[in-house]
Design a protein around this ligand. Structure first.
Ligand SMILES: NC(=O)c1ccc[n+]([C@@H]2O[C@H](COP(=O)([O-])OP(=O)(O)OC[C@H]3O[C@@H](n4cnc5c(N)ncnc54)[C@H](OP(=O)(O)O)[C@@H]3O)[C@@H](O)[C@H]2O)c1
Length: 238
């Protein structure tokens, strides 16, 4: 099987880590991006190297709120081509419009929107062909303001996903995955996922599998571009 390279931002933990394990199993080489989770990123790289010795796994540190401009060129230098960019890294902080200080607004927009914009731009300019998957959130369909800056950063990224699909086709396909509650934020009650899911049509949390299946579907269906796929048990309808 041909080996391809994927850059996953925020790959050291949680959903990013699951994406890394899933794609490595499918023979992908991995550029594992992290910011603060160095130990977890190294451990992931070492684990993958041990079980898939013929594939290439490298780690890249970058604070996406500060200098996202260097990342694509650094990864490209190491791997030659990047066949897939997954913009997964994110910050998720609460605050209504009235409660949001400029620092919070800046951070949410920098990490969740500005950095993916720059990475997409550099990917299109340097790599010229491949695919991009942006991680959004089912919140993009809502007007709830309890995570105002976060939600708006993902709305902007959702729009950018479709704009990028239009500009970058046919050589680069751009799609978005909008999860519902998949992995609970740190520090919330143990029934958080069940309680959120009980208000959706599917009534129970879906876990990581729907997201991994959606990644596979996007990769397999080479006519798909500019689509936002909701992995949320129907939460976008509520
Ligand atoms: N978890 C869910 O249930 C859920 C629901 C809806 C949507 N989503 C979306 O799915 C994606 C993954 O979710 P998640 O919960 O796994 O994400 P997460 O744990 O909140 O964040 C993923 C990674 O983002 C990285 N990151 C944060 N600030 C950064 C910065 N300044 N520079 C570079 N990297 C930075 C962190 O890397 P380091 O640890 O290395 O610092 C972190 O591990 C996100 O885009 C999220 O919005 C998740």
């Amino acid at each position: 099987m041909e080996s391809r390279t994927v850059l996953i931002t925020g790959a050291a933990k949680r959903i990013g880590n699951e994406l890394a394990l899933h794609l490595a199993k499918q023979n992908w080489n991995l550029a594992i991006h992290y910011n603060s989770s160095k130990a977890e990123a190294m451990a992931l790289r070492d684990y993958l190297k041990a079980i898939y010795p013929k594939q290439v796994f490298k780690v890249f540190c970058c604070d996406l709120s500060d200098k996202p401009e260097s990342l694509i060129s650094e990864v490209q230098k190491e791997f030659g081509q990047i066949d897939l960019l997954i913009n997964n890294a994110s910050v998720y902080n609460p605050g209504s419009i009235k409660e949001t200080p400029i620092e919070l607004l800046d951070e949410q927009m920098s990490v969740n929107f500005k950095a993916p914009f720059i990475l997409m731009r550099d990917y299109a300019n340097l790599c010229k062909k491949g695919g991009i998957i942006n991680f959004l959130d089912t919140r993009v369909t809502k007007f709830a303001s309890n995570y105002a800056a976060y939600s708006l950063s993902k709305v902007a990224l959702s729009h950018l996903t479709q704009m990028g699909a239009l500009e970058f086709g046919p050589n680069i396909r751009v799609n978005g995955i909008a999860p519902g509650s998949t992995i609970a934020p740190l520090g919330v009650d143990s029934d958080y996922l069940e309680s959120r899911a009980s208000r959706t049509p599917m009534k129970e949390p879906g876990g990581i599998q729907p997201i991994l299946k959606t990644v596979d579907y996007i990769l397999d269906n080479t006519y798909l571009t500019g689509q936002i796929l909701y992995c949320d048990g129907g939460e976008q309808l509520t």
